[in-house]
Design a protein around this ligand. Structure first.
Ligand code: ADP
Ligand code: ADP
Length: 542
């Protein structure tokens, strides 16, 4: 190892044997001898959204506590009393000087949206409107409630809200405040693409129209691209040290991140580049069908919600991406395939063994991760299972922890592993990206794809992260309709036709970054946006 990492170097050690220049200086903060150290701080800027991109456990919360004035960073001198004078001295003449002067004079107020919205009902007991009303400091609450579509739930107790509803309530409650500095720790988990784009627009308006400083951590790269004006990349060794780079342009920052190499810092953060294809994948020769299913329909109660499904075929060892808004019937269809829900019309005359990872993971038990996973598969602990499941999902370090003290991202990885470890015909993963940091998304994508290829396994992935769907799916099933009222599921299609269907419904087009071919959301009404809409190419170029 190079002497920094606690465990074996996750990259080619050669690359980081020379200490990056950042690490040759004193850190901004160190929690104690041999404890976590943070290098670099993000620069909040009035009138702008500053993004942070990088793994969890790398010091983002530490940095925000310093910028909010809740903690005086000790500049590495953890045994002496830390003072703002010393911090100011360090940052004199830099972009942070003014900001730090204001923090020292206690002139910076902050509003923050927590990362794990599922925890909110545990901290706040009551009806949604009570929580929201207390935050209406700029008279904007009603507009936020309306634009985020949460009016139907304001009279409900918070503990009856779904994760997607809580996410939007938390966002409205944070943006409605009148503060100098807003910190948003992940805005996209549990939101569908339409809701993600709306959230990004509201945040941009807050910064631009009210001249506020917003700092946002986001792992959905298409949304981060839309949201931020400048970007800091965070890298390091989770739990050991974290480096927050100087600001980059968003386009460059994301491109460098995908490349795995930061130019200014001369730093490799990943061995391989992540690549997107500008053109739709060629139609593959289909293997054997796993199932042919007829047209199906299902409604709940007195027809409050109804779903129509166009019949189709799912093939062996394909990864079928499933896209569509929340509340449109995706889980309902998964349950019908699993045999736990009978269709009203149409018959499924076979029983598929389905392994299902739900969107909201409920595995809070005082049981160790290794005990839980070994109760699912006999392969647990074999070198084959480690290579195919545990390692790509980075479970090594958390095997001895209890399920009920895992973070959201850790719980997600255990749940994906549990699903893939089952003996099943069809694996259904509902929003595997939720709470995974961007690096873990890349690893989970690789793990799921490899698993499908090596095990002749058929996988259905429901997700709202368009980059993850692009990297994972062979074909697409598109849901449309009116959420909570009526849903329609189309037959599985090739990627190009599926993306066009899905995105035309959302009225969103993507262009390609010239350098990396990564998809970027077009500005609505821009020349490219109109041109692509006219030619019907919403995602791939011809
Ligand atoms: P992030 O927000 O990026 O997930 P944090 O800033 O919360 O990261 O934490 C970074 C690291 O610092 C973690 O390894 C965490 O365990 C450690 N850490 C956080 N607070 C303390 C503390 N008060 N004392 C010692 N270590 C801490
Ligand atoms: P998605 O997975 O696309 O978010 P779901 O299939 O979970 O959608 O739900 C579709 C609609 O059906 C939602 O309006 C939901 O509230 C409703 N719904 C789901 N399950 C039930 C049920 N058991 N009884 C009544 N309504 C339900």
């Amino acid at each position: 190892t190079c002497g920094i990492c606690v465990e074996k170097c996750p990259f080619d050690a050669i690359e980081i044997i020379n200490l990056p220049t950042e690490l040759q200086e004193d850190p901004v903060h160190r929690y104690g001898e041999n404890a976590f150290a943070l290098y670099g701080l993000p620069v909040p800027e009035s009138g702008a959204v500053t993004g942070i991109l990088g793994p969890n456990g790398i010091g983002k919360t530490t940095a925000v506590r310093a910028l909010a004035g809740e903690m005086v960073p000790n500049l590495g001198t953890y045994d002496e009393e830390a003072t703002w004078e010393a911090v100011l001295e360090r940052y004199r003449g830099t972009e942070l000087q003014n900001y730090i002067e204001r923090v020292r004079e206690e002139k910076v107020s902050i509003a923050r949206k927590p990362q794990y919205v599922d925890q909110i009902p545990k901290q706040f007991d009551g009806v949604t409107s009570e929580l929201l009303e207390a935050t209406d400091e700029r008279g904007k609450l009603d507009e936020y409630v309306e634009r985020l579509g949460i009016a139907p739930v304001v009279d409900q107790p918070l503990d009856t809200l779904s994760g997607g509803e809580l996410q939007r309530v938390a966002l409205a409650a944070t943006l409605a405040r009148d503060r100098d500095f807003y910190f948003l720790d992940e805005i996209t988990p549990y939101l569908d693409i339409g809701q993600r784009v709306t959230a990004a627009r509201l945040i941009r308006e807050l910064a631009e129209e009210e001249d506020k400083a917003v700092l946002a951590v986001e792992h959905d790269l298409a949304i981060l691209d839309l949201l931020a004006d400048t970007l800091h990349i965070a890298y390091g060794e989770p739990g050991a040290y974290g480096v927050i780079t100087d600001p980059k342009s968003v386009r460059n920052g994301i491109n460098e991140y995908l490349k795995g190499y930061l130019s200014n810092e001369n730093m490799r953060i990943r061995p391989d580049e992540i690549q997107f294809h500008q053109h739709a994948p060629r139609e593959t020769t289909k293997s054997d069908p796993l199932v042919d299913y007829p047209d199906l329909s299902k409604s709940y109660g007195d027809g409050e919600f109804s779903l129509d499904v166009e019949g189709g075929t799912i093939y062996h060892s394909e990864v079928l991406g499933i896209v569509g808004p929340n509340g449109i019937g995706k889980s309902t269809l998964a349950q019908m395939f699993a045999g736990s829900l009978e269709p009203d019309e149409g018959e499924l005359d076979y029983r598929l063994d389905i392994a299902y990872k739900p969107q909201y993971i409920d595995i809070d038990q005082p049981m160790r991760v290794d005990a839980f996973l070994s109760s699912i598969t006999e392969d647990f602990g074999t070198s084959y299972w480690k290579t195919e499941v545990a390692n790509p999902l980075q479970l090594g370090r958390i095997m001895e922890r209890n399920l009920d003290d895992l973070s959201g991202g850790e719980r997600q990885r255990v749940a994906i592993a549990a699903c893939l470890s089952e003996d099943a015909d069809l694996f259904v993963l509902d929003e595997p990206s939720a709470h995974l940091d961007v690096e873990q998304r890349v690893q989970a994508t690789t793990a799921i794809r490899r698993y499908a290829e090596n095990h002749d396994a058929t996988v259905m992935v429901i997700d709202h992260d368009i980059y993850m769907i692009d990297l994972l799916a062979d074909r697409l099933m598109v849901f449309d309709g009116e959420p909570s009222v009526h849903g329609h599921a189309g037959t599985p299609q090739e990627m190009r036709a599926g993306m066009n269907d899905f995105l035309s419904d959302l009225d969103i087009t993507f262009r390609r970054d010239e350098r990396t071919q990564r998809p970027r959301i077009n500005k609505p009404g821009s020349q490219l946006d109109s041109k692509q809409k006219r030619s019907g190419e919403y995602y791939y170029s011809t």
